[in-house]
Structures are given as C-alpha cells and as structure tokens.
Write a protein that binds this ligand. Structure first.
Ligand SMILES: Nc1ncnc2c1ncn2[C@@H]1O[C@H](COP(=O)(O)OP(=O)(O)OP(=O)(O)O)[C@@H](O)[C@H]1O
Ligand SMILES: [Mg+2]
Length: 316
C-alpha cells in the first residue's frame, strides 16, 4: 500500500528520480531479503511518523499535545488543564529569551476550540553558555557518580542536555511544591525533557503580565506589593526555602498580584551551607528595588525581616 507513494514519480532520466526508483525497488516485498528486519521496521516507523506529523496534524498546530509523555503537575488539577490526547499545541511565538531558557507562548486545545494559553519555558543547552547557577547551588544536593555525572562534568552535548534537563526537573519540583502550599506561583502543568509548560500569567490576547521592574506603582500600590512580597518570603522561609535568585526581574505583577517565577535554583536554607547568605541576598535585592521606587527603609526594615525569616526557617 505504502509503495504507492513511490510509484507516483513519472519515469525520468533525472538522477534523483532514478535514485527514488531504486529505493522503491528495494522496498519491493518480493525483494525483502535485501533489507534486514530492523531496517524495515525503522523505515516503516519513519514513514508512519511523517504520515502522522505532516498529513494528519490539523492546520495551525505545531505538534500533538505532549501531555501523555510528560510529568504532570500537582493535584487538584485546575479545570483549564487540557488532558485530552487529541489536543494539539500551537507555538504562538517567543515571549522572552533569557540567559538559560527561552519562554514561548503556547496554545493547547482540541482542534477548532479556543484552547488554553501556556508559558512554555525551554531550557537551552548551548555550547558556549555557562549556567551561572551551576556553582554553589548544587552544593547540598547529592548526586550519584555515573556516566551521566561525568558527561555533565565534561560538558559533552549529552551532558549539557542533562544539565538543562536537571534544571527543568528542579524548577518543576519547586513550582509543584510551592503551588501546593498556596504560594503565588504559576501552576506547573507538565514537564517533558527540558520543557516546562506553565500557567500563562497574562491576558487572553497573549499579553504577558509585566515584570515588577517594568511597573510604576503608586505609593499605595508599592506598599501593598511590598506586603505581598513579605508574605511570600515568609511562606518560603516557613518551608525552609529561599528563592535563590529573587529580584524585580523574577517577579511578575498579574492583576495586582505579585507572582514569583524562575525557581530552578530554589535553596534549602538549612541543607545548603550558604543558605543564610542566599536568603539575605534575596531580601536585599527585592527590598532594594522597592527603596529605589520610593518605599522608605524604615518601612521595609530588611534587617529585622532577615532575622525573622532565619528564625522561621529554623536557623536562628
Ligand atoms: N508563567 C509565565 N507567564 C507569563 N510570562 C512568563 C511566565 N514565565 C516566564 N515568563 C516571561 O518569561 C521571562 C523569562 O522567564 P524566567 O525568568 O523564568 O526565565 P529565565 O531564562 O531565567 O530568564 P532570565 O534570564 O531573564 O531571568 C519572564 O521574565 C517573563 O517575562
Ligand atoms: Mg528570570
């Protein structure tokens, strides 16, 4: 049946046509002996994949939903999460390219429906990129010595991909844990390899919520946002955690709510020997932005706050 594809080419003296004709000849069941069983299975799979991808994928879709192969987010699952196997994903463009990852806007849904928007964060494994977070953060995490750790240490392409995947795993774990305790983080829908699908913080037209650094809050709004920031810091500390890279760049303001993102390096304050320093840096970074926007230092009282957080984490 499939050989039909190859018979469509007209007879021609052209060399590529002749090559195709030879290919057809090799696939002829009468001459099966010329292909090993493995080769035949591989060819059949290649052609099946091409058939499914190119011919059946509905218009506008870039791939089938990857839900089935992915690690899923925590329960109870929000009702907007699309779990249908027949759903398709459409890549609507880049939201932002960062140092370690690119974030795309992705729509998932059944063909012909409006679907749901997601932020797809894809960790890169470029050859010349150094993960600025590799050093220090991994202290306190144990890893088995293996072919994988050696590949990572030697930065082979395989190893770089493993590092990227490790960050995706770490961020997915942190988001799942924090979402479960009610922290203001995007719901982590799924992780597949180096890609995370997250709840899209933004509007239905695809406009993403601004980063804190891009906002110009009034004095009242500023005070309100600071009190939300303190609440997040306290919630994290009560779990023994610090964000590890907190700044006005890693916080979005979505409909008046401060939302924390970018969490692959979340720090276990107790297990990490530098835990207290990470916590202090987070507080100083964030408070520094609020000061620069006009919030008085006696309102943020950062030294007292740090002490309170260290106590909450059980380090005091
Ligand atoms: N869930 C989301 N909803 C909307 N926008 C998002 C979401 N997650 C990330 N973004 C956008 O993508 C940007 C980069 O995300 P993130 O900080 O997680 O990645 P990053 O690679 O660490 O970037 P950077 O190097 O700039 O810190 C964010 O600043 C934000 O603008
Ligand atoms: Mg970031």
């Amino acid at each position: 049946m499939r050989q039909h594809d190859f018979e469509e080419f007209p007879d021609s003296g052209d060399r590529s046509m002749r090559r195709r004709a030879r290919f057809k000849h090799e696939l002829d069941p009468a001459r099966r002996g010329r292909l090993t069983e493995g080769e035949r299975v591989r060819l059949a799979k290649l052609r099946d994949d091409a058939y499914t991808e190119a011919r059946l994928l509905p218009e506008g879709a870039d791939r089938w939903s990857t839900w089935d192969d992915a690690e899923h987010g925590p329960l109870p699952r929000p009702d907007w999460v699309r779990t249908e196997l027949a759903a398709v994903d459409a890549d609507l463009g880049v939201l932002k390219t960062g140092k370690e990852a690119d974030v795309h806007l992705l729509r998932r849904g059944l063909p012909g429906t409006a679907g749901t928007l997601h932020a797809a964060k894809r960790y890169r494994s470029d050859e010349h990129k150094l993960f600025h977070r590799d050093a220090g953060y991994l202290e306190g995490r144990r890893m088995r010595r293996s072919r994988e750790t050696r590949a990572m240490a030697n930065r082979t392409a395989f190893g770089r991909n493993l590092i990227a995947e490790q960050w995706a795993v770490a961020e997915f774990g942190a988001l799942s844990r924090l979402w479960t305790i009610g922290a203001p983080v995007p719901y982590p829908v799924q992780r597949n390899g180096t890609e995370l699908l997250l709840e899209f913080l933004g509007e239905d037209d695809g406009a993403a919520a601004p980063r804190l650094v891009e906002t110009r809050p009034s004095p009242d709004e500023l005070a309100e946002l600071w009190s939300q920031a303190v609440a997040v810091l306290e919630l994290l500390a009560s779990e023994g955690l610090a964000h590890g890279d907190l700044s006005a760049y890693n916080v979005l303001v979505h409909r008046g709510r401060l939302m924390v993102i970018d969490l692959p390096q979340v720090v276990d304050i107790v297990a990490n020997p530098a835990g207290a320093q990470f916590l202090a840096r987070d507080v100083r970074n964030l408070a520094g932005w609020f000061h620069s926007r006009g919030l008085a230092e006696h309102d943020t009282r950062t030294e007292e706050l740090m002490e309170e957080l260290t106590n909450m984490a059980g380090l005091g």
